[in-house]
Design a protein around this ligand. Structure first.
Ligand code: SF4
Length: 328
């Protein structure tokens, strides 16, 4: 992995507006992504973790411009994606791809595995029919689909095999950057490990950079180089994986780690499981967004929103009270 930044978001914000209430002047809105600034290095896997509804999938879609951000920038290799012409955006789409959670609903049931993986090549008018056939067969072989299954339909495959086809489809154009959005969440545990290992192996072979989105800290630990923790649309902690799991600084991260049900004899359990539900997105708390669930909240937390600051080398945290190392 190099130190070169391949993808960057600057103050990226996504708001969704609801209907105006009778007699109200303003439309209510949800800020799903709230001024997120992230840098992803060439060849790394950045894990993005948080509870359902925290905005992590919206952030992924905004990076890919599957939804238009309300404000902020996405830079790919220094180029502002919002300023890209239609032609440039088409070229950029070859470089940035996505693997979704549910391969069954993201694959057309009327197309064979071969046709599904060939389709992006046809859309981008790449190669002759024979060249495309060779490339598709090679890609499917790389993800572990044997030649005898090329002309089967999605319903004839298992969940893990369907996800392998989804991965082949995402990688057939030779992208530099992929977003895996809950890509293994729908799979059985044993299959999950196989797909994670496959992604790791393909990453090395193809020099990929990954943003891996998951609500599951065990999965994030398995695959990531660095980890960003998201809460109500904001990044609250960001650190190299080993540092984050050994010395979580933000009470929310400490709570998430405490909530992992599998006992870990190497880790002191931190009895800080978050209480209550994630607040209604239409009514985000003032000050620190976590203050109504945080066991350490003080007056300053209710008044002032903490900025994401570097607490120690490469370890960033947004908390008024976080010190350099946790004192568990
Ligand atoms: Fe808890 Fe205060 Fe830190 Fe927010 S700023 S996480 S409320 S201690």
């Amino acid at each position: 992995m190099s130190d070169r930044i391949i993808l960057e978001t600057r103050d990226l914000t996504c708001r969704f507006y609801g209907k105006k209430a009778l007699l109200s002047r303003e439309r209510p809105f949800v800020t799903a992504v709230d001024g997120v600034s992230l840098s992803i290095r060439d060849g790394e896997t950045l894990g993005l973790v948080g509870e359902s509804g925290c905005g992590k999938s919206t952030l992924g879609k905004a990076i890919l411009r599957l939804i238009e951000p309300t404000a902020g920038q996405v830079l790919f290799e220094g180029r502002d994606m919002a300023a890209a012409s239609a032609e440039e955006l088409r070229a950029l789409r070859r470089e940035l791809q996505v693997v979704f959670q549910d391969p069954y609903s993201s694959l057309n049931p009327r197309m064979t595995a071969f046709e599904l993986v060939e389709a992006p090549l046809e859309v981008h008018r790449i190669g002759t029919k024979a060249e495309r056939a060779a490339r598709v067969a090679e890609m499917l072989r790389m993800v572990g689909i044997d030649e005898g299954s090329l002309h089967k339909f999605p319903h004839e495959f298992s969940g893990g095999q369907r996800q392998r086809i989804g991965i082949a489809r995402a990688l057939i154009l030779g992208p530099r950057f992929i977003i895996c959005d809950e890509a293994v969440s729908a799979l059985d545990v044993s299959v999950r490990a196989q797909i994670l290992n496959l992604l790791r192996s393909l990453q090395r072979q193809m020099g990929l950079t990954m943003l891996f989105i998951s609500h599951d800290l065990s999965v994030i630990r398995h695959i990531s180089d660095r980890v960003a923790v998201m809460y109500l649309g904001s990044i609250v902690e960001l650190a190299p994986k080993a540092e984050l799991y050994a010395h979580p600084l933000h009470p929310y991260t400490r709570g998430l780690l405490s909530a992992i049900p599998i006992p870990d004899v190497h880790r002191v359990r931190l009895d800080e499981i978050p209480e209550g539900e994630i607040p209604d997105s239409y009514h985000q708390p003032a000050g620190c967004k976590y203050h109504n669930r945080c066991p350490l909240a003080q007056d300053v937390c209710r008044r002032e929103r903490p900025a994401l600051r570097e607490a120690c080398d490469g370890h960033f945290v947004a908390c008024h009270l976080a010190r350099e190392k946790s004192s568990e």
